[in-house]
Design a binder for this molecule. Sequence first.
Ligand code: C2E
Ligand code: MG
Ligand code: MG
Ligand code: MG
Length: 278
Amino acid sequence: LAKDSGKNNYELYKAEKSGMGMEQLTLENSIRRALHHNEFILYYQPQIDVETGEMIGVEALLRWNHPTLGLVPPGKFIPIAEETGLIVAIGEWVLRTACKQNQAWIDAGYKPIKISVNLSTRQFLKRDLVDNLQQILQETGLEPRLLELEITESMTMDVDFAIEVLGELKKLGIGICIDDFGTGYSNLYYMKLFSIDRLKIDQSFVRDIMTDSIDADIVATIVAMAYNLGIDVIAEGVETEDQLNYLKRLRCREVQGYYYYRPMPADELAPMLGSNGS
Ligand code: C2E
Ligand code: MG
Ligand code: MG
Ligand code: MG
């Protein structure tokens, strides 16, 4: 099975690299089919408050449960979905599914947590994003404060546009997090201007935090400045106890990574949610 999926992932890779060739068309068609055949699934990865050890949220991460390839990670198909515009329909499915799932956990008596959903550039730039979100929240009954959108620095290049859209999302009560923070060129002043709630420090900094003093310094600076501006910070890609302890020393309150949990299906996550009122 591993061999099969390795080979087929290679085909996806090939298709991705080949531009508008036959293979890309095939992949595009199969992504389209996947949407209609419900082959997409969300995995959920817990986010932990390091001081209390409590799960404070989950990030929804898209997987393609392909009938013959098995579970395909997003890196293998999101670039093509983004290129072809299919990401907009997929992204809407992700938002609706994540909100529905979060509300289902609450209805089942679990303690409410925040769910973080990754947005693609195309989704962020779409005129009807805010209306769409409003509709999904209404449909699913999820409180807006229990939804957070993860965007990247590059999506905020058009500052006026970003201020406008992020302002409207803020008005709805939805949280905003900058994913992969530190890999782009934005500064923290803009984060304040955009009323960002949380920064997610990119995993490349966390990976080398013990061995690269520059990365360690960058993380320390981000954490300190963010807190001064009243912005929360979460570190992603935490895999070892050493990394965790280092982040704790830097006063980084929230972490996400294999050290605690890998992304998992909804039914595996549910028993780990505390009961409401406990
Ligand atoms: P991301 O949003 O930065 O998500 C973090 C990625 O790191 C996830 O990979 C996650 O499984 C992985 N990860 C978590 N903990 C660790 C760790 O301790 N070590 C390491 N090495 N990796 C860890 P995944 O699920 O393959 O997702 C990759 C990227 O695909 C995401 O990066 C995000 O940019 C994109 N993506 C995922 N789901 C969606 C979606 O629903 N919509 C859009 N537009 N993009 C998505
Ligand atoms: Mg993310
Ligand atoms: Mg990230
Ligand atoms: Mg990323």
